[in-house]
Design a protein around this ligand. Structure first.
Ligand code: ZN
Length: 383
């Protein structure tokens, strides 16, 4: 079988003869004498396109035979016209050639080995057996793009066995059949079966978008060519929207968000302070212990520590149950109830039975949540 994608990755239209058409599950597997369709192999998805205008669903390789998966049978012995989708092919080539440059540079400068590669429709990940951070990767990225700008040719070839034996290249593993070498002069030599762009300039921009620790090494995310441009546009739109919302220049949005966070914390502090002051005023306006034994207070937004301290303050003055309810009728209340003489758990039982309150605690103090009306809670405290 002639693999046209090895002769020229830019040939998309081709003529071929149907050698076999095998029914397989509910599809047909078509074998041709020659094809421009790259099959799913080496971490890269298969090409898509058509044979005689009919869609090729998938392309697989088994024992060096390429199978074109079709919904429709093609007659053995007939000539077919094939067409490979260029957008997908070119996108995959941009990502894959970019991957070789990054892997080549990490091997050259750090001795890292690429131990995993995934080229999906939206994501490209590279796994390495060594650790590196984003700062150092920025230098790798800069060098990778200089190689793009230098427009170096990418050379794919099948060396003779004796030449191969003395050759230094990555991915030196036992491969069945002829070993194909992809060489980017001065950067990388690697065994690889996939189609590549003809020169580095075709890759376009190479962008490293992320790095995480992974199985003792790192997983790096990259985007090349059109994908990098789309990513730039998405991020630019996002920064511009933030810039408008924050009334800050795009390069100053991070500072603006930090200031917003600081302001938020200050406001929260101020609100807590005011709520505590309000709590103190409410406590001061409660009826005297001589005429009231079960004081009850309703607040909103106070912090739990202030409420607990206030309940403790009340139990020192009043003999019965002292309760502070935080919230409102609509959303319910969180409560803390204390007493220096009575068992608060008795009240907890009553509140559970009467209002379906949740929570618990000890004899001197209980806390929980309740969905009840303010007036009903006051009535309970009055009895
Ligand atoms: Zn490769």
């Amino acid at each position: 079988m002639e693999k046209i994608f090895y002769e020229d990755t830019h040939i998309l239209n081709f003529e071929a003869s149907v050698l076999e058409c095998i029914p397989f599950e509910n599809i047909y597997r078509v074998v041709l004498d020659r094809t421009a369709f790259f099959p799913e192999e080496g971490g890269q998805l298969a090409d898509t396109g058509t044979l005689n205008g009919l869609p090729v669903l998938d392309v697989r390789i088994e024992k060096d035979i390429i199978y074109h998966h079709m919904n429709t049978a093609l007659k053995v012995g007939t000539k077919v016209t094939g067409h490979v989708d260029w957008d997908r092919r070119f996108d995959f080539m941009q990502q894959h050639s970019g991957e070789h440059i990054i892997s080549g540079l990490l091997h050259k400068h750090y001795g890292f080995t690429n131990v995993g590669f995934h080229l999906g429709l939206t994501e490209v990940t590279l796994d390495f057996d060594g650790s590196i951070g984003m700062d150092a990767l920025r230098d790798i990225e800069t060098e990778a793009n200089q190689i793009v700008f230098a427009n170096r040719p990418i050379h794919c070839f099948f060396p003779e066995n004796d030449e191969l034996e003395t050759m230094e290249y990555r991915s030196k593993i036992e491969i069945e059949g002829a070993v194909r070498i992809v060489e980017i002069p001065g950067v990388d030599v690697c065994a690889c079966c996939a189609p590549h762009v003809e020169s580095t300039a075709e890759i376009g921009i190479i962008k490293i978008t992320g790095v995480q620790s992974h199985r003792g090494g790192v997983r790096i995310n990259i985007l090349c060519g059109a994908r990098a441009l789309t990513d730039y546009t998405t991020k630019q739109d996002s920064v511009n929207a933030l810039s408008t919302l924050l009334s800050a220049k795009p390069e100053l949005v991070v500072d603006a968000v930090k200031k917003l966070q600081e302001d938020g914390l200050k406001q929260k502090d101020m609100m807590n302070h005011l709520a505590n002051q309000l709590l103190q005023l409410q406590i001061a306006s409660l009826p005297a212990p001589q005429i009231c034994s079960n004081p009850i207070l309703f607040v909103e937004l106070s912090n739990p520590i202030a409420i607990r301290n206030s309940v403790n303050e009340l139990t020192g003055k009043y003999s019965g149950y002292c309760g502070i309810f935080n919230g409102n009728d609509q959303n319910g209340y969180s409560f803390i109830i204390g007493s220096s003489t009575l068992d608060c758990r008795t009240l907890a039982t009553t509140m559970r039975e009467q209002f379906g309150a949740k929570g618990g605690g000890t004899a001197p103090m209980i806390q929980g949540n309740v969905k009840a009306r303010k007036e009903d809670l006051i009535a309970l405290f009055n009895t």
